[in-house]
Design a protein around this ligand. Sequence first.
Ligand code: A3P
Length: 290
Amino acid sequence: MFRQELVDVHGVPLFWTIAEAWSQVEGFEARPDDLLITTYPKSGTTWMSEIMDLIKNDGFAEKQKNIPITERIPMLESAAPGILPTSTDVLEKLPSPRFVKSHLPIPLLPKNFWESNCKVIYVARNAKDVAVSYYHFDRMNKFHPDPGTFAEYLEKFMSGNVSYGHWHEHVISWWEKKKDHPILYLFYEDIKEDPKREIKKVMQFLGKKFDEETLDRIVQHTSFESMKDNLMVNYKSLPTSLMDHNISPFMRKGIAGDWKNYFTVAQNEKFDADYEKKMSGTTLKFRTEI
Ligand code: A3P
């Protein structure tokens, strides 16, 4: 009933729910001490959000007061009419300093985030695993267009005909933006490889210092194994009319390299050729396995 096609918003295809809430998103008032967590979808946003929130709470999950991540760190452009309150309304009521989540590409982010010089943490994940993860997410999210078969979906992904548009434009433009804006740019594969090392970078960016014991607690609490069973982060508290975890759980596999279980040799060759062209002019490099 809710599945609808993507809608063009200033040249970027977006889920229809976001398009409907667009005037509120565009008019959103950032505060100078807002900290933005941005990613292309399916790149580890929820993972990083939970890490950031735990750091903010000095490593104590109890301080999160059993509030779902969607309410602690709402997604700026999120909307699910008739099911959830619009995120901009939720965000306006949050006390400062706020953490704000978004997947918006640079041109669509409300201007006052830039004018307020808000700090940003960006997480990027290799395109092949993003495509697989996004495919399963579109299957289980009842507001998203039907992804069809994986082969069909991969074509859409390569042509940028998915919500938030082209993956490569997103990751490259945020990579370039780092030259003139306070952005901590991290990689999913790096966090997976050595969570402690990457969490320390986030702590430094947030101006926090912890002892080893606290750090270990954060690593443990934000591991895939812990998060997949944690109702406050695994999205299972949302109604099934929005997300159906029986089709595919939100916390699906949490690994690097799952694309190998999906791409055929021919698909992989086509993807690589297209990738080479689109990524040729950038210093940005990804690992597709660890
Ligand atoms: P998979 O579908 O490949 O399993 P986002 O939060 O940006 O939507 O990203 C969701 C992806 O991040 C999913 O990938 C999910 O399983 C993975 N993920 C979430 N928490 C994780 C964690 N603690 N460790 C590793 N991966 C995690």
